[in-house]
Design a protein around this ligand. Structure first.
Ligand SMILES: Nc1nc2c(ncn2[C@@H]2O[C@H](COP(=O)(O)OP(=O)(O)OP(=O)(O)O)[C@@H](O)[C@H]2O)c(=O)[nH]1
Ligand SMILES: [Mg+2]
Length: 305
């Protein structure tokens, strides 16, 4: 009979401003492209768990939306998700982008982490992009946080190039309590497959559509069924806010939606390791980002937080 060995285990919340590289860090630690990333801010809309496993530890990393101003009910959902991520947390990893560290927005991070008793570490990310003086930069960045915020340790990392990720994990492990696994050793996440596929499709929208349009897009996967030939037939809906946006998403002679569909199909096939036939519909729902019921239908249900 298998006996649960005591290991180091716990939860780590990944916090930071939009675009700092939180989702890229999650992917780097679990060594799998689970979380969607993009150059556009507010790519992540809901908390996503990525589970790191080895023989003597299990670390559940929680990727969160970037901390930003609340302008509608979707923002409010995102903001509540961030607060939820620090409930009962064992450690907080605050990520700062080395290229944009010089902002006045640190008070937004302070507001969240001042409520946390758990230990905190500072991760200075995108270190592949420039030369820097470690001591000078640590001093500068720490001075931007509230005086009361104390970081146990600072790491200079590159989530993209996977630089210094191992050392960061080793440090986190030591900080976690003794315990058992919360999830099976083979689990990478507890997120439903349909939700991950919806996000993969939204990522293609973020890549291929300009300006504000992707921010007003939601995606739901309506059905997934394997055909006799073992191909996975997926039907999904892209929701946008205006007729004019629908026109742009479909594109002249349907070229844009075809492009989005091809990119998404390839990424989904990689994710589920199966051939995919993807059918995308585009519908308009004015103002969905401010409608509670629609938000819940599209995967952003405040009651689930
Ligand atoms: N050069 C470089 N780029 C990075 C690094 N980490 C992330 N990026 C890029 O920065 C952009 C934002 O990364 P994300 O991981 O989506 O950032 P995020 O903090 O999750 O963003 P939100 O979810 O919008 O808050 C993407 O284009 C990433 O490829 C890094 O270490 N080096
Ligand atoms: Mg993200």
């Amino acid at each position: 009979m298998a006996v649960d060995r005591v290991i180091k285990s716990g939860f780590v919340s990944i916090l930071g401003l939009p675009n700092a590289g939180k989702s890229s860090f999650l992917n780097a630690v679990i060594n799998y492209e689970l979380a969607i990333t993009s150059r556009k801010p507010q790519t992540t809309r809901k908390n996503l768990k990525g589970i790191y496993n080895d023989e003597n530890s299990q670390i559940v990393f929680v990727d969160t939306p970037g901390i930003h101003e609340v302008k509608n009910k979707l923002d409010d959902y995102m903001s509540k998700s961030i607060s939820k991520s620090i409930d009962d947390i064992d450690l907080v990893a605050v990520i700062v982008d080395i290229m944009t560290y010089d902002t006045d927005n640190y008070y937004k991070i302070d507001k969240i982490i001042s409520k946390v008793n758990a230990k905190k570490i500072l991760l200075i990310n995108k270190c592949d992009l420039i030369e820097y003086d470690e001591e000078e930069l640590i001093k500068k960045i720490k001075s931007k946080f509230d005086d009361k915020v104390n970081f146990e340790k600072t790491f200079f990392i590159s989530a993209l190039k996977k630089k210094n990720i191992k050392n960061t994990i080793e440090f986190i492990k030591k900080e976690l309590p003794d315990g058992n696994r919360f999830y099976s050793e083979d689990d990478l996440t507890d997120e439903p497959t349909k939700q991950i596929i919806a996000d993969i499709i939204r990522q293609q929208c973020l890549y291929k559509l300009e300006k504000e349009i992707p921010h007003g897009i939601a995606v739901i996967v309506e059905s997934m069924k394997k055909s006799k030939s073992k191909c996975m037939n997926i039907v999904a809906k892209i929701i946008c806010e205006r007729d004019s946006h629908k026109g742009i998403i479909i594109g002249k002679n349907g070229i844009m939606i075809k492009n989005i569909g091809t990119g998404a199909r390839i990424a989904i096939e990689r994710f589920i390791d199966n051939k995919v036939n993807l059918k995308l519909d585009v519908v308009v729902k004015n103002n969905w980002r401010d409608e509670k019921t629609l938000l819940a239908n599209y995967g952003y249900d405040g009651k689930e937080l």
